[in-house]
Design a protein around this ligand. Structure first.
Ligand SMILES: [Zn+2]
Length: 156
């Protein structure tokens, strides 16, 4: 059956990550952690491929899981993420105390991470599937909405 309407698919991921916000004037300058809740939404037409495993799907959730895991979750889960502008980010004696440290060229806020994820996923999906939105919550709270980036804001 040929499809004329696009479908959005959302998959949720969680990972635990520590960070420190260099220069922040509150508690966030200290190393602390969050359980991050990430929602990735893609958009596309269901595939019309009778006889194939992905017939009727925009994409297999298993493929989506692998793409996001490889591009984001594997790298950041249980990592300490630091701003490269912080003086401690090149202190080997300090960094060697940890097994998994990721130094990023920006302040590792939730907002900047969403933009970073958009870049990381920009070319990760095949041509018929478009990255539609990314939402990231540091802490799940029913009245709080984490930063979200939608299609119009992504680089083209
Ligand atoms: Zn934090």
């Amino acid at each position: 059956m040929p499809y004329s309407r696009k479908i959005k698919l959302t998959k949720k991921f969680t990972f635990d990550m520590a960070h420190a916000l260099y220069g922040h004037d509150g508690q966030c300058k200290n190393i602390h952690g969050h359980t991050y809740h990430l929602e990735i939404t893609v958009e596309g037409f269901p595939l019309n491929r009778p006889g194939f495993t992905d017939d009727g799907m925009v994409m297999d959730f298993g493929d989506m899981k692998k793409i996001v895991h490889d591009a984001i979750v594997k790298k950041l889960d249980h990592a300490l993420v630091l701003n490269q502008n912080a003086p401690y980010s090149d202190n080997k004696d300090f960094l060697n105390q940890f097994e998994k440290v990721v130094i990023l060229p920006f302040q590792p806020t939730c907002e900047n991470l969403v933009l970073y994820f958009a870049d990381a996923l920009e070319c990760a999906f095949v041509a018929n599937i478009k990255l539609y939105s990314i939402r990231l919550d540091e802490t799940l709270h029913p009245m709080q909405y984490g930063p979200m980036i939608e299609n119009g804001l992504l680089k083209t």
